[in-house]
Write a protein that binds this ligand. Structure first.
Ligand SMILES: NC(=O)c1ccc[n+]([C@@H]2O[C@H](COP(=O)([O-])OP(=O)(O)OC[C@H]3O[C@@H](n4cnc5c(N)ncnc54)[C@H](OP(=O)(O)O)[C@@H]3O)[C@@H](O)[C@H]2O)c1
Length: 336
């Protein structure tokens, strides 16, 4: 029996924060899978700051979402019907299924989830793309070493919360930067960071001077803007700055670069951009290691699950830019 698929499509390219008129809600009939295909009932959408960048025209590390296209999104769900030998009805899977209730897939880029190891949503969190981003950013690009001081911004978020835990288990001193007293409390008490700084209150530079008197060896930058500029003034000699993202700039018409970049010269430091997709051939090895740490209780996964319909996606996305999430922001789809 045909089933209705509700979808969120990009209707216009936003200026500033996306508004309701940038989106269109459409419905289609779910197609029957052809040979080598299967249908997924999407249960949880990954809501990511990068989505804001994908809405813009122009060259980036991934093509923009076209006007009229279903909004790109990572998601998890269960296979409902399959004509593919590698996927069976009932399997839990992760893929770039988009902001829609059902997706048809040929299996390219789709991962089957081990739900005996972790709940499905954890494959959007610590065992998903954001966990992998933290893993490769710190271990591959940052090359963290025991005893070093590692600073992470948006530390209570999806990437940041895993990054701080990886820094700790590698014997580093982990300092998180996050917005608000409750997030800072959680970083230290729940996630084991050595210290946390509330960038919304007080003086970030002074706090860094006090908490990292020997300087910052590795900075995982998720936010850019003033926070990046402040950390640049506190770099230790040979520091590595990893540009993971710049959430403070994603809604700006004119992106503001760091004023204090000459501190890289003073500290003989490097600043390197990284994109997790470049490590795709190493995802199985990294996921296995993250899964072992997760199973052994060395890392936890924080997920911030919002329940709603597909039409709640636009408002859920805005929560990221208001800092309303702690951990990985996920929209759990209620088909109603
Ligand atoms: N390079 C890659 O391959 C890759 C892959 C995944 C994600 N990323 C990047 O990693 C970063 C974090 O992503 P995520 O998925 O983990 O999101 P997240 O940290 O869970 O959520 C975004 C957080 O950013 C903070 N924020 C929002 N506006 C801000 C502002 N103006 N100034 C400072 N902080 C602000 C908020 O926390 P506060 O309450 O603390 O402000 C918010 O909770 C993003 O830049 C994202 O693009 C990169």
């Amino acid at each position: 029996m045909p089933t209705i698929n509700r979808q969120v499509r990009l209707a216009a390219r936003p200026s500033g924060l996306p508004t309701a008129s940038d989106w269109e809600l459409t419905t289609e009939t779910v197609p029957a899978p052809g040979p080598g295909q299967f249908v997924v009932a999407v249960s949880h959408l990954s809501v990511d700051p990068a989505m804001r960048g994908w809405m813009n025209a122009g060259a980036s590390y991934i093509p923009p979402v076209e006007i009229g296209a279903v909004m790109r999104a990572g998601a998890i769900g269960q296979v409902t019907v399959s004509e593919h030998p590698g996927f069976a009805a009932g399997d839990w899977v992760y893929g770039a299924f988009g902001v829609q209730e059902y997706a048809i897939s040929d299996g390219a880029g789709v991962l089957t989830l081990d739900t005996a190891l972790a709940p499905p949503t954890t494959y959007l969190g610590a065992l998903g793309m954001t966990g992998l981003t933290a893993y490769f950013a710190l271990l591959d690009v940052g090359k963290i070493r025991a005893g070093e001081t590692v600073v992470v911004s948006a530390a209570a978020g999806a990437v940041g919360s895993v990054a701080g835990q990886i820094a700790k288990l590698k014997g580093c001193r982990a300092i998180g930067i996050a917005g608000g007293a409750e997030k800072c409390r959680a970083l230290v008490q729940d996630l084991g960071f050595d210290a946390a700084i509330d960038y919304k209150s007080g003086n970030l530079r002074r706090a860094l001077r006090e908490l990292a008197p020997g300087g910052v060896d590795v900075y995982l930058d998720n936010v850019g803007g003033d926070v990046l500029d402040a950390v640049l003034t506190r770099l230790a000699r040979g520091a590595r700055v990893i540009i993971s993202g710049a959430v403070s700039q994603y809604n700006a018409d004119q992106v503001r670069g760091p004023a204090n970049y000459l501190m890289l010269l003073v500290a003989r430091a490097s600043m390197t951009g990284m994109v997790v997709f470049d490590y795709a051939d190493r995802f199985p090895q990294a996921t296995a290691e993250l899964a072992r740490w997760y199973r052994d209780g060395q890392i936890t996964s924080r997920e911030h699950v919002v329940h709603g319909g597909i039409g709640d996606f636009p408002d859920t996305l805005l929560r990221l830019f208001a800092g309303e999430n702690t951990g990985k922001l996920i929209l759990a789809l209620d088909r109603g």
